[in-house]
Design a protein around this ligand. Structure first.
Ligand code: GAP
Length: 440
């Protein structure tokens, strides 16, 4: 599906105007390629992360979560190979001193053809120093992936939770990379969030688990709404595999700037655990009681970028009416999954008198107490205008309290996508919405 002209400008402008995303330190001119998530952006992300946790942790018995530090001891990233090898080839223009990734397309200079230096390897990790003395010994890094925190805690988690192979450790958290090429809104940033699982398996079963996780990852994306002709799987060629991987497949999304990686699944073999065994001198193997033998597990790693998935969700959900779907030409609806939508329900009194606002407030309180999600109250402007305000941010259910509501104890629920309107008893409203959210 092609993108209409100005698609991204319009989407970015909506994201800013409605409180999804703002440039970091915008009032000071902005911090490059760094973005803050506003109220609606934050709600959407929390919903997304909750769906992920539900699916991969709460509904399973074989995956447990951890939260490891962002600050990372240097030895960890020496062992993992990141200090020596987590690099991109960098070239610099001798005229304007702009820097580019040698393996990316290099844009034309404004008033000159770039005169590039030889490529050199540039390490992407952000360094910092711990304590008062800034010397080599106090050097630490901000983690470039959440994964290493799960490898170094392998034994701790396995023993504490009495896990048996195959089992996984899951983590959602920030990672940092001093990327050379930036841009495309929140697609490639310096600081971003990952949701990763390190799934530890018997070496002989690694290929089977790899295929299983590619399927699970794809299903998760599809269930969140990322499906159709803008999504594809792309297995990596041997020469583009990360230093730790034996096989990898990406989930790619076709943005306006082309097919780009949202997520991936990699077979990291026993590379990381073996490196940490060697460098720490600690035993990070698992004892197989049945076979009475020690195993260093292989690791299958499904990973995704929360910010990239967030961006794809907005792109996929952004819908401009052509005037033939019950809406006016040009009206925007974000067709987000109802459980992801930042506002789950909005409640409107038809008018600001005759006790309708009081009844509407009572309903808001009831919905909030039921924890169905974030609930908004809106009494300003015509009903049509209030619907449009909610459509634009993807609110799946709008509830109107009208003159009959006090007599028949009912309200009108308007559905965002079908525009269907249903009369529902106030008593049954919470149940009614919970059922809809459950079965979607
Ligand atoms: N632990 C494996 C790992 O970190 P990766 O492919 O380098 O693998 C995983 O990163 C995911 O993190 C990517 O699929 C992408 O969604 C996201 N990601 C990586 N670099 C990013 C950046 N600079 N900005 C935003 N997201 C990024």
């Amino acid at each position: 599906m092609e993108y209409p002209k100005n698609f991204m400008e319009d989407l970015v402008s909506l994201a800013k105007r409605r409180g999804f995303v703002n440039q970091s330190a915008e009032i000071y001119g902005g911090l490059q390629s760094s973005w803050d998530y506003g109220p609606l952006g934050s709600l959407l992300r929390q919903n997304l992360k909750r769906e992920w946790m539900r699916r991969f942790v709460y509904r399973r018995s074989d995956i447990v979560p951890i939260e490891s530090t962002l600050l990372t001891k240097r030895e960890v990233l020496q062992a993992s190979g990141h200090e020596a090898g987590f690099t991109d080839p960098l070239v610099e223009c001798k005229v304007c001193h702009q820097r580019f990734r040698a393996d990316h397309d290099i844009p034309e200079g404004r008033d000159h053809k770039h005169n590039l230096t030889e490529a050199r390897q540039f390490n992407l990790m952000f360094k910092t120093t711990l304590g008062a003395v800034e010397d080599e010994g106090s050097l630490a890094y901000f983690r470039p992936e959440t994964a290493q925190g799960m490898f170094v805690n392998f034994k701790f988690v396995q023993e504490a939770m009495r896990m048996k192979l195959p089992f996984g450790i899951a983590q959602i958290g920030k990672a940092f990379r001093n990327e050379i090429t930036l841009g495309h809104f929140i697609f490639r940033t310096l600081e971003f969030e990952q949701a990763e699982i390190e799934y530890f398996v018997m070496p002989a079963e690694a290929d089977k688990h790899f295929d299983y996780w590619v399927g699970e990852w794809q299903n998760f994306f599809a269930d969140m709404g990322i499906k159709g002709d803008r999504v594809r799987l792309r297995p990596h060629d041997k020469d583009e595999l990360a230093h730790y991987a034996k096989a990898a497949t990406d989930i790619e999304y076709k943005f306006h700037f082309g097919w780009s990686e949202l997520a991936g699944v990699a077979n990291r073999t026993d590379y990381d655990l073996k490196q940490h065994i060697e460098h720490s001198g600690k035993d990070l193997s698992w004892f197989n009681e049945e076979a009475k033998e020690k195993v260093t597990p292989y690791v299958i790693e499904p990973t995704l970028g929360v910010d990239r998935l967030f961006m794809a969700l907005l792109v996929q959900a952004y819908h401009v009416s052509k005037g033939n779907d019950g809406r006016k030409d040009g009206e925007v609806t974000l067709k987000l999954h109802p459980r992801l939508a930042p506002v789950t329900a909005a409640v409107f009194p038809l008018v600001k008198k005759e006790g309708l606002p009081d009844l509407a407030h009572e309903i808001v309180a009831k919905l909030r107490e039921s924890e169905i999600g974030f609930v908004q109250y809106d009494e300003s402007g015509s009903i049509g205008r209030r619907y449009r305000r909610q459509d634009e941010i993807g609110t799946p259910y709008c509830i109107t309290v009208d003159f009959e509501s006090k007599d028949d104890d009912s309200v009108t629920v308007r559905h965002r996508d079908s525009l269907k309107q249903e009369r529902v008893k106030i008593q049954e409203l919470v149940n009614y919405l919970q059922e809809l959210l459950k079965t979607y």
